[in-house]
Design a binder for this molecule. Structure first.
Ligand SMILES: C[S@@+](CC[C@H](N)C(=O)[O-])C[C@H]1O[C@@H](n2cnc3c(N)ncnc32)[C@H](O)[C@@H]1O
Length: 218
């Protein structure tokens, strides 16, 4: 991976994205890739060749859009509570939590571009969140609510998340997951809270709309 200064990351994001409203959460504006940008056209293999991880932060994933929608429509879920948006990507769900009145919001993502992307995106929406690039899996910093949009797409990632979420839920944290039917979503121990039809990008998904469920874990 190339060394990444904040200025380099911000320039890369400015050059490769546009400030747009994700269709299911139009209250929020994000710097996202779209057809006009080269980033959109590059495959994961091409990005790897130039030392870039896949730009998850440049898309508003179906799971994140559903979860952000739920948080904005049910602000009591996060109001006056300490919130972690785990695997924050663009910061979409963290921004929704901050808008809905969370007492404090931490956005966590291990992708080094996310710090700059989330800074630009929170600024665009007039909210502030705290970013961490640490891998928080297995830790507990006393969050009241843990939000996770679109995280069950990879077997080993899901295998680490499930016991962590179970431990946090067992000590009383509210764990909410937004998921459009990814392969590694646990089959048991989830309570369905809401279902949305979320417009997505056909180039990333296999359809124009993804049925997305907000689940409560444990
Ligand atoms: C599909 S994206 C979802 C982004 C956002 N939540 C959304 O729904 O738009 C998955 C994200 O998980 C992040 N991720 C993967 N492993 C992680 C870890 N151990 N800790 C934090 N984030 C992680 C990736 O960098 C990526 O940004």
């Amino acid at each position: 991976m190339m060394a990444l200064s904040p200025a380099t990351a911000e320039k890369f994001i400015a050059d490769n994205t546009a400030l747009v409203r994700p269709p299911h959460v139009p209250e929020i504006r994000l710097h996202l890739a779209h057809e006009a940008h080269e980033l959109w056209l590059r495959t994961e293999e091409e990005l790897a060749e130039i030392g870039l991880p896949p730009p998850f932060w440049a898309f508003a994933w179906a799971g994140g859009q559903g979860l952000a929608r739920y948080v904005l429509d049910h602000p009591e879920t996060v109001r006056d509570r300490h919130v972690l948006d785990f695997a924050s990507g663009s910061g979409l769900v963290a921004i929704a939590a901050a808008m809905a009145g969370a007492a404090g919001t931490v956005a966590a993502d291990i992708d080094p571009f996310c710090e700059a992307a989330i800074r630009l995106n929170t600024n665009a929406n007039g909210v502030s969140v705290t970013f961490t690039g640490n891998d928080l899996i297995g830790s507990d910093q006393g969050w009241d609510v843990v939000l996770a949009g679109d995280v069950f797409y990879d077997a080993s990632f899901a295998g680490r998340l499930v016991p962590w979420f179970e431990t946090l839920a067992a000590r009383g944290a509210t764990i909410l997951v937004g998921d459009p039917g990814r392969s590694y979503l646990p089959r048991t121990g989830l309570e369905k809270l809401a279902v949305y039809e979320v417009p997505v990008t056909r180039a990333l998904e296999d359809s124009d709309v993804k049925r997305t469920t907000v689940w409560r874990f444990g």
